[in-house]
Design a protein around this ligand. Sequence first.
Ligand code: MEV
Length: 314
Amino acid sequence: QRLGVGLAHSKLILIGEHSVVYQKPAIALPFEAVFSEVKVEPSNGAVTLASHFYNGKLAQLPDKLQGLRHVIEKACYINQQPVKDFKLTLTSTIPIGRGLGSSASIAASLARGIFDYFKKELSLSVLRELVDVSETYAHGTPSGIDREAVISDEPVWFIKGQAVESIEVKEPLNIIVADTGRIGDTHAAVSAVNARRQSEPEVTNQLLEDLEKLTENARTLLKTGDLKALGHVLTTSHEKLKALGVSDEGLDRYVDISLSNGAVGAKLTGGGRGGCMIALTASTEQALAVEQALLKAGAKETWYIQLTNGVKTD
Ligand code: MEV
């Protein structure tokens, strides 16, 4: 029996979220602890999708999931196949709306699964195009960083509209990721920054430039392996994001708790206003202490990752 399988991991933004929308650089990491998996099998008639957020016919997907329908239809179109006679089962362990790139990851796994089902090679450029279809629905004007981060197995240096570059990571990074459990609306946060750029151009543009400089510093510090200085850069970038208006009390509290429990740096990650934060620590021991403190503070879920030149997950 014919079967197609598609997999895609989630992502973390180490630094540069929001400013990346304005042509500034950002650094993203693959996050393999949570991922999406799509299984494609033959069936009769209309295409159906089974998942934890929707179960039914593709044609009846609710408005906010139309992006997924377009990815599936476009993938069939490129394969010169009719949109019928198969069923999709999607399993995603990525919490939705937490800045972990769930929408991009789901789109990538759907595209990969459908191409695998039709036994057709999926080029990187077509994969990018398909993920963009869904991202445009989910986020309005995405920079494209989520797309690159979920399809890459390496940390990436990203500038909108340019080819991604891989980056050098000299010392292993011990990172704790904590989910506040609260949904952050990336679309709304991006729009709010844009509105602020109109109403307070000077302050806002200065913050975006500060974030650009911090991101460039972070790249250098990753290369030289100066973790303490890198931690400081990450925390400073959180302060800038806070000033931009995309943090919230809960995220600020987790950042403070991480720092007072030995993290060398901490910040929100992704769209903000809820969602997840990351803490950089100098050792495994320290990482586990920070993780315990964040769980005690009420974090819904935490993960420990060790990043070398690629990402390894514990
Ligand atoms: C979302 O992961 C990152 C943002 O910068 C939005 C984007 O780049 O599309 C907030």
